[in-house]
Each structure stands twice: as C-alpha cells, then as structure tokens.
Design a protein. Structure first.
Length: 396
C-alpha cells in the first residue's frame, strides 16, 4: 500500500499540470486569441495570417477599347397609331372589333345607317337629270339661234345670249355631277374600314349610338414597331447622331435585351429640364411589347482608344471613393481609382488613374480586409483574363 501511494502522488501532479495547461489555453481563447495565433505563439511565431488565393480569385487589369454609353429611360409608344372617326352622321349599326383584337388594313370595322345618305343620293341624281335636260334645251336653242343669225334674221346679241345660256346649263350639269359624287361618297363612308393593320386599343362608341361627323369610333395601334422617347442632356448632343444603336431592357421582361436605333432627334430642348428628346425605334415583330411600358437602356455614343479596363465587380465604393484591392509585392494594397465614362459590353469599366495594365486585383468579396495582409497566389492568372469565379479564398 505504501508503494502504491508513492506511485499515485506523481500521477496526481501530472494530471494537475495537464489540467492547468488546458485552462490557460481556454482562457486565452476566451480573451480573443484565434486558434491559429495560439498555435503560432505556442510555436514561437508572431506573424500575420497569409491570404492564399487561387487563380480564379484574382483578375488582371487589361488594356482594350471600350464604349462610352449614355443612360436612357423612357416610355414606349407605337410608332404608327391613330383614331378611326365617323365621316358621316347617323346611327351606328355595327362595330365588328373590340379592344385587343387584331385588324387588317381595309377590313370593315363599323357600319353607320345610310338611309339619309341614300335619300340624298337620289335627290342629287334627280338634280343631275334636270340639269342635263336644261342643257339639251339650251343646246337646241343655241343651234337654232346660230342658223337665224347666219341669215341675218336676228341680231348678234341674241346669239350671244343663247351661247351664255348654253354655257350656264353646262355648268349646272357639272355641278350636279359633283354633288351626286359627294353624296355617293357619303354612302360609301358609312362603311368604316381600317386605315392600317394593327390592334384595337380603344372602342369609343357602341351600336345604337348616334354619331356626328368626326366622332371617334375606334383607336388603332401598330405594335410591329415601337418608339422609345427618352431625354438626353443637351451637352451630349455633339456625340449623338441618327442611326446610333442602343440596348434596352423593358419592365417585366427580366434580362431580355431589345435592340433600338436612334431615328430622330428633337431640334429644341425641353422647357425646364434643358434636355433633348430622342426617338429610338424598336422592332417588335413578335408583338411582345406594348405601348406605355417603361424601358431603360444605354446608347453607345463613342468608342474609346485602348484604355485600362477591369470588371466592375472588383471596384468598391466607400465614402464617395472608388477603390480596389491590388496584390503588390505579396501583400494587399488598397488602391484609390479614378473611373472613366467608357464601358464594355461585358461590364468592364475604364480606369483613368490608380492602376496600370497587368495589375493583379482581388476578384472575390471578402470581409474585414486590411492593407498589408500577406498574400500567396496558388497559381498566376493569365494576363487579360476576365474576373474569376466566386471561388473561396483561404486564409492560412
């Protein structure tokens, strides 16, 4: 028993020392020391953690031409639209189309009661017949008067009077003919036809209503071509020209891009804003777009000479300053940037100052970065490579 007690005493000492060591380690962790720091200090190393990056975690600043783009926004309007109006007065007998229905050019859209017009046509036809009869009588009188004058039986003024009467009768025939044609057109206009191919946007009257001349019946729009009306700063007019292309997105169509082209430029500025209205044409062959939709896009107004370009994702904004994290001499450097107006179709932005071509930039979002953090690249990316994927960066 004495020998066993002698063995247990040293073991108790060892266990106590071990428990004390564990307690010290837990206290240091609770005090805020990271496990890696504890391990490093335990090993006698007092250096900062190294940020290990793969090739996909960085991007190389390249040099290439970019486009300067002007933001645009506005409302879509049908390029061809109009109202169908009544050309004669009367009761609407029939309307063949409703809102949203497509119509063809020349298609019958409405019929108006023609009884009054038909009576007018009959009246004009009778007047024409009477005028022709009067012309016949005047022609006979002129012929007889001319023969008598040739024999010196009558005076010259009698012949002149007969000729004037004949001329007046001829004019009456021409007038009656024109009036009959007008009355006939009125009967034809009672059948209302579509002036253009399109879609009915609005129906103003219903069958049974009485309408006067020029009363709106239907509104038609042609959706095959739409127009974006957008305001642009007057200061940019020197760079804007008819024929320039734009890429626009429309609310409700997600990331779908529609091609547009500048068709017209208003010659005067808008009062108050001093901006100039641009009119851009959009093709809409599938009829997906509608008038009144809101659209946003960019107008390509200039293409730059080769400039330093980086993906927009690597540029950060803080306190009104643009900056990027650059890897230099194996450490992170916060580099202030001055951006230009040029933009690339792939989202690249122009850097006017703060970077040079070939600079290595951090392309993944990491929290709590500090300048001077050591960096080790697992693999050097190719020059001019785009932004890497969102692969993780490991701090070792």
């Amino acid at each position: 028993m004495a020998a066993l007690a002698g063995l247990l005493t040293p073991m108790r000492v060892v266990v106590a020392l071990a428990l004390f060591g564990v307690a010290v380690a837990l206290w240091r962790v609770a005090a805020g020391d990271a496990p890696g720091q504890v391990a490093a200090q335990g090993a006698g190393a007092d250096r900062a953690a190294t940020l290990e990056l793969a090739a996909r975690d960085v991007v190389i600043a390249g040099q290439r031409p970019l486009s300067r783009r002007l933001p645009l926004s506005g409302t879509l309007h049908p390029l061809v639209q109009g109202q169908v109006v009544a050309r004669v007065s009367g009761e609407v007998l029939e309307l063949t189309r409703r809102e949203g229905e497509a119509v063809e050019a020349g298609e019958v859209l409405a019929r108006i009661d023609t009884r009054a017009q038909e009576a007018l046509v009959a009246s004009r036809r009778a007047e024409l017949a009477r005028a022709r009869a009067q012309l016949g009588i005047a022609a006979l009188e002129l012929e007889q008067t001319a023969r008598l004058r040739a024999k010196n039986v009558i005076a010259q003024h009698v012949l002149d009077t007969a000729r004037a009467t004949h001329d007046a009768a001829t004019a009456e025939v021409e007038l009656a003919t024109a009036q009959l044609r007008l009355a006939t057109i009125g009967v034809e206009d009672a059948v209302v036809r579509a002036p253009i191919a399109g879609v009915v946007a609005r129906r103003f009257v219903e069958p049974g209503e009485k309408v006067a001349v020029d009363t709106p019946l239907l509104a038609l729009v042609d959706l095959t071509r739409l127009e974006l009306r957008a305001a642009a700063p007057a200061a940019e007019l020197t760079a804007i020209a008819v024929g320039q292309g734009a890429r626009v997105r429309v609310d409700g169509f997600g990331e779908r891009v529609f091609e547009a082209r500048v068709e017209r430029i208003n010659p005067v500025t808008e009062q108050g804003s001093r901006q100039v209205m641009l009119y851009l044409a959009l093709g809409n062959a599938d009829g997906a777009l509608r008038g009144g939709m809101f659209a946003e896009g960019e107008l390509v107004i200039e293409r730059s000479a080769p400039v330093v370009a980086v993906p927009a994702a690597v540029v950060h904004h803080e306190a009104g300053e643009d900056f990027a994290w650059v890897v230099e001499a194996g450490a992170l450097v916060r580099r202030r940037l001055e951006l230009g107006a040029a933009r690339g179709d792939d989202g690249a932005v122009e850097v006017r100052a703060g970077l040079h071509a070939g600079a290595v930039l951090l392309a993944v979002p990491l929290e709590a970065l500090q300048a001077g953090t050591p960096v080790r690249l697992a693999m050097t990316p190719d020059a001019g490579s785009p932004a890497g994927g969102a692969g993780p960066a490991n701090a070792r």
